[in-house]
Design a protein around this ligand. Sequence first.
Ligand code: C2E
Ligand code: MG
Ligand code: MG
Ligand code: MG
Length: 281
Amino acid sequence: RAQREGHGQIHYFQPEMHQTVQRRVRLEEALKVAIDQEELRVCYQPQVDLESGAIDGLEALVRWHHPEWGLVSPGEFIPIAEETGLVVQIGDWVLEQALAQLACWRSKGYPLRRVSVNVAAAQLQREDWPRYVAAVLGRTGVPAQCLELEITEEGVLASLEETAETMTRLKGLDIRLAIDDFGTGYSSLAYLKQLPVDTLKVDKAFIDGLPGVEHDRSITEAILAVAGTLGLDVVPEGVEEEAQARWLREKGVRLAQGFLFHRPQDPEQLAPHLNGVHPDG
Ligand code: C2E
Ligand code: MG
Ligand code: MG
Ligand code: MG
């Protein structure tokens, strides 16, 4: 009987694992053609001024509409793209779309200061990448200070020396640099001294607990203190409730991002919200 139970257990897990592997393989195959088949889109989530509610910048977020499976979340396909190297092609495509879109909006008079684009470690590890980014900026006519590149702590630390050098070259072009999902990746802050970073994006995991959970309050306060000491901007992510926004405002935080203000949206959906966003331009 025990044997049969053991046997049964194996049978219980095996098909599930098989399905997971199969889904991965199918996603990977489908992702290879997604760009050419125009299945990818870029949507934009505003970063707002906590005092005025004005839109300060936008984060570009890739979306994949598969013809049969519908929307596949980046949380699922970006890790696969990272493992297969496809993330370089996808990320470069998003960068080009985002800069072209910002150029288009600015030419129509929408006073947007900035677009933020997520960057994978594999992109940073390419020797010619900063030159490529400079070329895209040149082609679209977007000033370098209007581009912010978001790199996760994990991505930075994948190969700190190489990454630091590339980031220094990007900074030399006047591009802004942000550390994404800050607070989740590493236990030491020493690496920040080596990097020419402008912005820390506080991970949603800590914002979720504000203002009630003491642990999340302490960590957020510590991040704000570090940012203050190093002269960095802070953008809390995943702000969903007014009480969170109020607490952050009281701590002197200027910008934030989250569903409370705006969800990520298509350019067409977003356009009406961009009017007169910055009277002081
Ligand atoms: P991220 O860069 O940290 O982006 C923030 C994520 O939080 C986005 O998820 C956004 O939709 C979501 N979010 C923002 N505000 C809220 C909120 O108030 N509540 C909740 N529940 N979620 C909120 P998304 O678009 O699913 O992207 C997930 C991750 O996929 C991104 O995290 C980023 O790491 C990655 N990603 C997305 N686009 C790209 C890309 O073009 N290149 C690379 N390399 N990674 C990307
Ligand atoms: Mg990001
Ligand atoms: Mg993040
Ligand atoms: Mg994230």
